[in-house]
Write a protein that binds this ligand. Structure first.
Ligand code: NAP
Ligand code: ZN
Length: 352
C-alpha cells in the first residue's frame, strides 16, 4: 500500500514528504489511520544518526494514536473504528523467555522497532508514525481508554511507558521521595505518574523558567540542578531518581542525593557518554545506578489504564507536519512545553 509519510534521507537532511510502501495485511494484522504522533527526542537522535544505527530514508514516530481501518482474518478484540495506539515496538520473537514474560523490549533476538527496524514480513525497513497509516501485528496494538484525549495520549506510548516501567520495577511507593531529572517530554509525564503513585516528587531542572510549570504539573519541590546549595539540601534523602536528560552530564551530583540502597535509573540516551560516575558515589551508601528501556506491551496497557484512572495525559503543543523540523530545533534548546504532537491530518491536507 502506497502511503504518504515524512522522511529524512540523510543525517543532515530536513524531514520532508516521502512516499513509502506499507505491507498488505496478514492474518493477525491491524491497519490504522494515524491521527496523532508524538515527537520524541529519540526521533531526533535517530534522524541525525546520533546513535550510528540509522538506515535512510527514515520515517520516525513511535507515539502513534489512530483509528482502526482494517483487521486481518485472525484479529480478535479489535474492530474497525476503534481508537488504538502503537508505541516503540511492532514485533518481537514471541518465543524467548523475556517475550513470554511480557518483556518484549528485552527480546533475546531484539524487538522490531516501529521505525528503523527490519519488518519480519518482507524484510523491509519499518517506517514510523510520521505518516498517514500503519500496519501492525495485533499483539503490539494498545487500546486507548475512551476518557483520554487522543492527541494528548499519544506521548504516553513512549514517554509514558518509559517512565512508568522503571518506577514500577523499582517499586516506587506512596510517601517515598522521588527525584525526576529534566522537565521535557519524558520528565513531565514522569512527574505526573510519580505524583499519582503517591510519591513526594522533587523535580531537577536546568531551566529556571520551568519552575512554575513543574509545580503545576505535580512536583512538590523544584531544584535548579546547577545550584549546589539547593542540591546539597537533598543529600542522602531520595529513594529513587529517574534521569531523563538527553545530553551528557555529571551523574555524581545526583547519585549523592540517594539515601542508603537508593536507586538511580537512566532513561535518557545521549549520543555522547556521561562523564563516568565516581565509584565512591555508589559504595558510600550501597547505591545502585541502573538503566531501563521503554516497557513491555502488557505493561504499556497497564500504564494507559493507570493514566485513565488518574486522568493523566501529556501537556502538548499540537503542530502541523511542516513544523516538525523547527520543533526539533526547539527540542535541542530544551524549549518543549512539554511534548510536540503532530496533527497527522495536516500531512493529508498538504497534498490534496
Ligand atoms: P526532551 O523533551 O528534549 O527533554 C529532555 C530534557 O533534558 C530537556 O527538556 C531538559 O530539561 C533536559 N536537558 C538538560 N540539559 C540538556 C541538554 N544539554 N540538551 C537537551 N536536554 C537537556 O527529550 P525526551 O523526549 O524527554 O527524551 C529524553 C531522553 O530520553 C532522550 O535522550 C531520548 O532519546 C531518551 N529516551 C529513552 C527511552 C528509553 O527507553 N530509555 C525512551 C524514550 C526516550 P530541563 O530544561 O528541565 O533541564
Ligand atoms: Zn520515544
Amino acid at each position: 500500500m502506497n502511503t504518504l509519510a515524512y522522511a529524512a534521507t540523510s543525517a543532515i537532511s530536513p524531514l520532508k514528504p516521502y512516499r513509502i510502501e506499507r505491507r498488505q495485511l496478514v492474518a493477525d494484522d491491524i491497519q490504522l489511520d494515524i491521527l496523532f504522533c508524538g515527537v520524541c527526542h529519540s526521533d531526533l537522535h535517530m534522524v541525525r544518526n546520533e546513535w550510528n544505527t540509522t538506515t535512510y530514508p527514515v520515517v520516525p514516530g513511535h507515539e502513534i494514536v489512530g483509528k482502526v481501518t482494517a483487521v486481518g482474518s485472525e484479529v480478535k478484540g479489535f474492530a474497525i473504528g476503534d481508537m488504538v495506539g502503537v508505541g516503540c515496538m511492532v514485533d518481537s520473537c514471541q518465543s524467548c523467555g523475556n517475550c513470554h514474560d511480557g518483556l518484549e523490549q528485552y527480546c533475546d533476538t531484539g524487538f522490531i522497532g516501529t521505525y528503523n527496524g527490519k519488518d519480519r514480513h518482507g524484510h523491509a525497513i519499518t517506517y514510523g508514525g510520521y505518516s498517514t497509516n500503519i500496519v501492525v501485528s495485533q499483539k503490539f496494538v494498545l487500546r486507548i481508554p475512551k476518557s483520554l484525549d487522543p492527541a494528548a495520549t499519544a506521548p504516553l506510548l513512549c514517554a509514558g511507558i518509559t517512565t512508568y516501567s522503571p518506577m514500577r520495577h523499582w517499586k516506587v511507593l506512596p510517601g517515598q521521595k522521588v527525584g525526576i531529572v529534566g522537565l521535557g517530554g519524558l520528565g513531565h509525564v514522569a512527574v505526573k505518574i510519580a505524583r499519582a503513585m503517591g510519591a513526594y516528587v522533587v523535580l531537577f531542572t536546568t531551566s529556571k523558567e520551568k519552575i512554575a510549570d513543574a509545580l503545576r504539573l505535580g512536583a512538590h519541590e523544584v531544584i535548579i540542578s546547577s545550584d549546589m546549595t539547593q542540591m546539597k539540601l537533598h543529600k542522602n534523602r531520595l529513594d529513587f531518581i529517574l534521569d531523563t536528560v538527553a545530553a551528557p552530564h555529571d551523574l555524581d551530583a545526583f547519585l549523592a542525593l540517594l539515601k542508603t540502597d537508593g536507586t538511580m535509573t537512566l532513561v535518557g540516551a545521549p549520543a555522547q557518554p556521561h562523564p563516568s560516575p565516581s565509584v565512591f558515589s555508589l559504595i558510600m551508601q550501597r547505591r545502585q545506578l541502573t538503566g531501563s528501556h521503554i516497557g513491555g506491551i502488557r505493561e504499556t496497557q497497564e500504564m494507559l489504564d493507570f493514566c485513565a484512572e488518574h486522568d493523566i495525559t501529556s501537556d502538548i503543543e499540537l503542530i502541523s507536519i511542516d513544523e516538525v523540523n523547527h520543533a526539533y530545533e526547539r527540542m535541542l534548546k530544551s524549549d518543549v512545553k512539554y511534548r510536540f504532537v503532530i496533527d497527522m491530518s495536516t500531512l493529508k491536507e498538504q497534498t490534496t
